[in-house]
Design a protein around this ligand. Structure first.
Ligand SMILES: Nc1ncnc2c1ncn2[C@@H]1O[C@H](COP(=O)(O)OP(=O)(O)O)[C@@H](O)[C@H]1O
Ligand SMILES: Nc1ccn([C@H]2C[C@H](O)[C@@H](COP(=O)(O)O)O2)c(=O)n1
Length: 227
């Protein structure tokens, strides 16, 4: 599909494309955030393709990964990488796109966590890493802003239990702590991997009412800060 805004952009440079990524721990509130902004006109919202990860041709790589990460971690993460890339390269049909997570967090957070915790064999991690490096070297994946929903692992644990997704019932608090630490090292302390865009941090332990209030307060920064 062509970029429907390109003829207009040559006469009106301020008509810019804005791609932002809500990022954060499991059950931190990303989908809820996306649902809120989806009510705004001219925003395209791409939620994570979790339904695909739970059902690829009748198989459930997400469930398999939680049951036996050493065996199925690479299978899931390869598929996550593909489905994320597919979303990243979709032509934009509105000036603003919000895309839940990214190919970056798939690699820097989830694959890294599997490997560092000893649950992904070195050879699996090497193959996944080469794929990832090839992709980011050869395919443009522009990102303008990362919106980091910063939560405590405990908050996510409570929200995860409340959401009650079947595959995730085996997740212990320690798993969320590891994911949290990787996110903090990446997006806050800049200690691990390159950050592909500026980061807006939104404290996200609050109740829904306060979260919606914060989204309103940050609406301009989130949606069009550069235009
Ligand atoms: N601010 C909040 N306070 C309490 N519960 C929340 C809040 N935000 C989301 N939830 C609930 O927590 C669960 C996980 O939220 P969700 O948006 O699906 O997280 P994510 O997409 O980051 O995994 C859902 O049941 C959701 O209704
Ligand atoms: N690269 C990834 C991305 C996500 N997951 C898992 C984590 C959750 O169980 C599920 C969806 O995440 P949520 O949107 O609820 O934060 O997918 C993974 O294992 N690897």
């Amino acid at each position: 599909m062509e970029d429907v805004f390109s003829p207009l952009r040559s006469v009106c440079p301020s008509l810019c494309m804005w791609k932002l990524l809500p990022e954060g721990n499991i059950a931190s509130g990303k989908t809820t955030c996306l649902e809120y902004f989806s009510k705004t006109s001219d925003i395209e919202v791409l939620t994570e393709p979790v339904s695909k990860w739970r059902n690829v041709q009748g198989c459930n790589p997400l469930g398999l990964m939680y049951q036996d990460p050493s065996r199925w971690g690479l299978t899931l993460q390869t598929y996550v990488q593909l489905t994320m890339l597919d979303r990243h390269v979709l032509p934009m049909s509105t000036p603003v796109r919000m895309m839940e997570r990214s190919i970056y967090s798939a690699k820097y957070i989830f694959a890294e966590n599997l490997y560092k915790s000893g649950k992904m064999p070195e050879v699996d991690f090497a193959v996944l890493s080469e794929w990832f490096e090839w992709i980011i070297k050869n395919i443009a994946i522009p990102v303008d802003l990362i919106v980091y929903l910063q939560t405590s692992p405990q908050t996510c644990y409570e929200r995860l239990k409340q959401r009650c997704r079947e595959e995730e019932k085996v997740i212990p608090l320690e798993y969320l702590e590891s994911i949290h630490n990787l996110y903090e090292d990446w997006l806050i302390h800049h200690k691990s991997f390159e950050v592909p865009a500026p980061v807006l941090v939104i404290p996200a332990d609050h109740d829904l009412k306060k979260m919606l209030h914060q989204y309103e307060e940050n609406r301009e920064k989130i949606l069009m800060a550069h235009c």
